[in-house]
Design a protein. Structure first.
Length: 258
């Protein structure tokens, strides 16, 4: 997951102090969980804004499973996961079983271009609607090399491909009118536990059944996914952290909707 690379550099003095303290304390393997993101939502209610008509929704808004993705268009893992999510929608979206909500989570420290790219998708949404938004987003992910390498001059070209007026698009983008919208998404992600991308929250229409919970927890345990998949205490949300492979996504979804 992007956004956690600098956490590995620890001063020697801190390491020494930690060793001294640890000498008298017993730590289980679980307490050494290296992923702080998941620890923040473990066994708690996931604080995430409710899905509404203001969101970018692909698929049935009343689907039993809504996957809210917090993502960064310059994150290479998000680029990979975009392919996975499109396959998920091809598999489950056509039958109305899964919907996909996209929210912006630009990692400014390492991807300085991603925030403006997020604003670009919002301008396309204003000018062309929801279908144009998803086409713009898909075009960015397909064409960016990732890691802040997309040429900003490509954005008007992508906007034209999405079917909107380029002059109006450029005016919108230069105005910065959607900066607050992008920031609001980012803050929602922070509240929901995101510290890197991609970060996903499955919102369930119905409370997770005991059988489904048992199936998912067994799968988590068997595959060492404790740091990647967390069921909230309400059993109405499931956090999925990182660019999880299609097999994992399908296993969780199938357990829910079977």
């Amino acid at each position: 997951m992007e956004g956690q690379k600098n956490n590995l550099i620890i001063p020697a003095s801190i390491l020494l102090a930690g060793f001294i303290i640890a000498a008298g304390i017993y730590f289980s393997n679980k307490s050494n969980n290296p992923n702080p993101i998941q620890n923040e939502v473990q066994g708690t209610i996931v604080d995430i804004k409710a899905v509404s008509k203001a969101d970018h929704i692909l698929g049935n808004p009343d689907a039993p499973v809504i996957i809210v993705e917090f993502s960064d268009t310059e994150c290479p893992y998000c680029k990979m996961f975009d392919v996975t999510m499109n396959t998920v929608m091809d598999t489950y979206g056509k039958d109305g079983k899964v919907a996909w909500v996209y929210r912006h989570f630009p990692l400014d420290r390492i991807h300085s271009k991603s925030r403006k790219e997020a604003e670009a998708t919002e301008c396309v949404n204003e000018l062309g609607g929801n279908t144009a938004f998803w086409k713009m987003l898909d075009t960015i992910y397909k064409n960016t090399p990732g890691n802040n390498a997309l040429d900003p001059a490509q954005l008007p070209i992508f906007a034209k491909t999405a079917g909107v007026d380029v002059t109006k698009f450029n005016t919108c983008l230069s105005s910065g009118k959607y900066a607050d919208t992008v920031e609001a998404d980012f803050q929602d992600g922070v509240a929901a536990g995101a510290r890197g991308t991609p970060y996903n929250v499955m919102i369930l229409k119905n409370t997770l059944s005991d059988d489904a919970e048992m199936t998912i927890k067994s799968y988590i345990s068997q595959n060492g996914l404790e740091d990647n998949i967390i069921i909230s205490s309400t059993k109405k949300e499931i956090v999925l952290s990182g660019a999880l492979p299609l097999e994992i996504m399908k296993t969780v979804i199938d357990a829910i909707i079977k």
